[in-house]
Design a protein around this ligand. Sequence first.
Ligand code: IMP
Ligand code: MG
Length: 178
Amino acid sequence: MKSVKIKDKEFELFLTQETIETAIDNIAQKISDDLKDKNPLFICVLNGSFMFASELMKRVSIPLEVSFVKMSSYDGTESTGKIKEICGLEEDITGRTVVIVEDIVDTGYTMSRMLEQLTAQKPAEIKVVTLLLKPDALKTKVQLDYVALEIPSDFIVGYGLDCDGYGRNYPNIYKIKS
Ligand code: IMP
Ligand code: MG
């Protein structure tokens, strides 16, 4: 499909599945080389990373474990605004190599918050993998170890990313028409 419509918003084709999966091949190879003796635990962040996580994990050819978490938002005080907490992590990560798998880093606040919370649990090290990065949208300095694709700051859907819950199932990525 060249374009898609979600509710009243129009999106045009931006990255094909082939482009995305070639980029995933490349980082999967690097990750396999870098972490081969580390028995890593991959922590995939739902919902957005489900499609990326699936394609990435099929291509990382080393012994590893995979787990899934959500970042749940709740209202903090007026000064702190919305607070995001990791929920659903059952593994003990003390002393382990942990790899966070995200769909996209935009402002970077979500990833910073995750890193803070996981660091508190004393892993041996944390690596950050993201399918997409919007470098011009970053508002905080955040650790990023493997970035499959850098993109402009436009709003996108597909390949796990949603617009009001819809569009996650598209195998390509579409960007909003301006
Ligand atoms: P951050 O905290 O601003 O880095 O935002 C990260 C989260 O915002 C991602 O995990 C996505 O869920 C969401 N997000 C950021 N940009 C987009 C986009 O273009 N389309 C869909 N979701 C996005
Ligand atoms: Mg996400």
